[in-house]
Design a protein around this ligand. Structure first.
Ligand SMILES: NC(=O)c1ccc[n+]([C@@H]2O[C@H](COP(=O)([O-])OP(=O)(O)OC[C@H]3O[C@@H](n4cnc5c(N)ncnc54)[C@H](O)[C@@H]3O)[C@@H](O)[C@H]2O)c1
Length: 472
């Protein structure tokens, strides 16, 4: 309910951590209008293209604020679930209820037909993945296909918004011409001959999407002022968070890359500190807690590496356009090198690894999110296998077949495993604290890859070490 040009929660220019609370919904009932032209208190039709882990929460949120929502997805199973009022995304608190309500109220439906949805909609939000190709350059195949699917349906007055993280310049340089060519209309032109085009990065955290939607300021940049203002008006009508209308699409694109790359570089610094701390036998956890008691220090936690399809990916989007950002490239190397650091730590404890049994706990990139994209468990298992290790693994979110698919033998929670000489925790799942050391009579080392194990007691023969936390 606030549109501003600077977020109000950035406390000062030097940084400073702050915690934000979700804003209450203060929206009055929205009046449905056709066509929707951004008038406060009105709602139109929005198509959300890509109804996945992020797109579905967005679709449900928009519907809960009086918008008629068409979810567009190429996956027939996703479309079928939504049309039955079911969320196909687990592990997102509140989403199943919101989807059921929106569908029951007739405010949420789904289709595979992007052009038809775009033809009907006032606003089209694109949120399909852009990942990396084998050479770490942006892989646009899903977004290009999604753009091409909606382009024939763009009409005079359409507002198109990219929410998927993009390299700086892509909204204007890659997608505006594509949409203009297919629609015969001009971007950033109001009236009969044009459509509006904006970029607004999705900043949500899987597992807290709906809460984050009400909390984090929504950044919006347009191809020009008309696009920016219409997009800001749209978000103001569907979100309870502050809306930040930025000077350009490029500034909004860059903001998302700056935020995520900052975190990657910060973690890389923590990882380098961890290696030094290991060398001199100092506990880095203690050091970071002490250093961060000064308000301008925000050192992140070291770990076995950075996974998921955001933090390890977006620095490459920057490097694709700005290869001179050497610190960014170095941070990627450091963070990817943490798997090797873990392997070396195991070798230091166990000597040669050939024939040793190693149990990897947690295969997803983060606990609680069923996502293997860029998970560091994958190179970890690969390198352990290459060293001749017998690799077992367990992840509460994966089936035994899914564990086998990544090359490890499934371990069943609670089963005795006398052949396990080492355990590596690859996620920080709190349930690792419920391990019973009696299950592992041959255990010699526990490598706590996320420094998240609590006061779990192991027999004296077991050396327990973390990252930047040398052993017992
Ligand atoms: N997952 C996260 O934690 C997260 C966090 C912040 C931002 N994001 C952003 O959201 C984007 C999407 O991530 P996600 O986690 O929702 O992905 P996802 O894989 O869960 O969902 C993507 C959906 O898009 C659909 N799709 C693919 N191609 C399509 C096409 N041509 N037309 C229509 N639908 C198509 C897929 O079938 C799938 O349902 C990311 O690329 C990122 O920019 C994700």
């Amino acid at each position: 309910m606030t549109i501003t040009d600077r977020p109000s929660n950035t406390a000062d220019l030097a940084g400073g951590s702050f915690s934000s609370e979700p804003n209450p919904c203060l929206h009055p009932f929205a009046r449905p209008v056709r066509p929707w032209r951004g008038e406060p208190g009105t709602a139109g039709i929005v198509a959300v293209v890509g109804a996945g882990k992020m797109g579905l929460p967005l679709a449900a949120q928009f519907a809960s604020h009086g918008w008629d929502v068409i979810a567009v997805d190429i996956d027939q199973a996703v479309v079928a679930a939504i049309n039955e009022g079911r969320s196909h995304v687990d592990e997102e608190p509140g989403l199943a209820e919101l989807v059921a309500t929106a569908h029951g109220d007739g405010m949420l439906r789904a289709t595979t037909d992007g052009a038809a949805a775009a033809r009907e909609a006032d606003v089209i939000v694109l949120i399909v993945p852009v990942m990396l190709d084998a050479d770490s350059h942006p892989d646009y195949r899903y977004m290009d296909a999604a753009t091409d699917s909606i382009a024939p349906g763009i009409h005079a007055g359409s507002l198109v918004i990219y929410e998927t993280t993009l390299p700086v310049g892509d909204t204007r340089g890659r997608y505006a011409p594509r949409l203009e060519a297919a629609s015969g209309l001009r971007a950033e032109v109001e009236g009969d001959n044009g459509f509006l085009l904006a970029f607004s990065p999705e900043r949500l955290y899987s597992g807290a999407a709906l809460r984050n939607l009400a909390t984090y300021p929504k950044l919006v940049g347009g191809l020009g002022p008309s696009s920016r203002d219409r997009a800001a008006a749209f978000y103001d009508s569907v979100l309870d968070a502050e809306i930040v209308a930025m000077s350009s699409a490029e500034a909004a694109e860059f903001s998302k890359l700056a935020d995520t790359t900052y975190r990657d570089v910060n973690i890389a610094l923590a990882n380098e500190f961890a290696n030094y701390a290991d060398r001199i036998g100092v506990d880095l956890t203690e050091v970071i807690a002490a250093a961060n008691s000064q308000p301008y220090s925000h050192i992140h936690q070291p770990g076995i590496g950075v996974g998921g399809h955001c933090i390890p990916v977006y620095p490459h989007f920057l490097l694709d356009r700005a290869p001179e950002l050497s610190l960014v490239a170095r941070a990627r190397e450091v963070n990817d090198g943490q798997v090797d650091v873990a392997i070396q730590a195991l070798k230091a404890e166990l000597g040669a690894l050939g024939g040793v049994g190693v149990l990897v706990l947690g295969l997803t990139y983060r606990h609680g999110v069923k996502e293997l994209a860029y998970s560091r468990a994958l190179p970890l298992i690969e390198q352990l296998l290459a060293a001749g290790v017998h690799v077992m693994a367990y992840d509460p979110l994966l089936t035994e077949d899914e564990v086998r698919a990544v090359g490890a033998e499934p371990w069943t929670w609670g089963a005795g495993a006398p052949g396990v000489g080492a355990i590596v925790t690859q996620t920080g799942d709190p349930r690792w604290n419920d391990l019973d050391p009696a299950w592992f009579p041959g255990l010699q080392v526990v490598l706590d890859g996320r420094n998240s194990l609590g006061a779990l007691e192991f027999p004296d023969r077991v050396n327990r070490r973390g990252i930047g936390k040398t052993g017992s």
